[in-house]
Design a protein around this ligand. Sequence first.
Ligand SMILES: Cc1ncc(COP(=O)(O)O)c(C=O)c1O
Length: 360
Amino acid sequence: MRVPFADLRRETAAVRDELDAAAARVLDRGWYVLGAEGEEFEAEFAAWLGARHCAGVANGTDAIELAVRALGIGPGAEVVTQANTCVPTVAGIERTGARVVLCDVEPDAGTIDLTSAQAAMSERTKAIVAVHLYGQMGDVAPLVGLGVPVIEDCAQAHGARHDDHPAGTIGVLGAFSFYPTKNLGALGDAGAVVTNEPALDEQVRLLRQYGQATRYEHVAEGVNSRLDELQAAFLRVKLAALDADNDRRREIAAVYDEALGTSARLTPLAALPGRVHARHLYVARAADRAAVQEELDARGIQTLVHYPRAIHQHPPYADRARVPLSNAEALAASVLSLPLHPRMTDDEVGHVAQSLRQVQ
Ligand SMILES: Cc1ncc(COP(=O)(O)O)c(C=O)c1O
């Protein structure tokens, strides 16, 4: 049996009729950018999340950029974020003109480390971006106590919670990606910024469309980062299934947890107390990662590495380190992601679990 890491055709097939109807609705209306579907999606996503405002944007990288810019942060400022994220977190921050300073993460969970974040701060630090990597929330509340605004990068955490607070609602702004492989995925690029602050929502809405307040009245230096109507209509279909999809993800993760219970070679990343994990990815650590990956591949199981390098280990970002980043480096050298998506069959899940027992 071959178990692919993901299979977007199955995701689409599961709701194909609804997607076709959504596309037809948009084509019949003949309005393609920032319209009724986008407004409905923004309202539905905000309600689902429990946030007051949601502004649709073109992708998750833009969502981070616009969240940072909405706070008035730009050239001359520093923004602290964790070293074990994917590059778009850093690219989004730095497109504002601000410079990233990296901090370390918790060794067993990969979530942002409070002490390290504090050590990375200087008088130029104007914000912290916490990344809820793999679908588990970092501890945002104590970061808020450090005295600068906290933005949550929720690209991998649709549906994650910490003590009943949904990802994206503890910091002052939350940035979401709806890239097709995300827990809530469009059929192309899409993203959103959520906030409970009306003034910040207003600012994001200005910035996403050339700083335009009313037609041809420009009051800020904005960009073009709009959510298109087709993606918004598709996202409305997918949103209706998100809670059930996330439940299925957690069900599969529990099977893997059980299979790895006594493994000497693969240790799942720690589940932190008080969290509901969105299980975007199922990530375990292995000292001999390449060998484990090869053995799983021989059993037909596709695995990936998220991510093989910490940010400062990419040449363009080599000088963004100010504090030791040893936990992020150790994770980059050992993490392995197993196949996990809501349309996996029970047979596939069983085959992965059985294989995990065999590679012990
Ligand atoms: C943690 C994280 N931040 C930001 C992004 C950027 O999102 P997008 O690809 O929609 O620009 C992604 C996804 O690629 C991500 O996983």
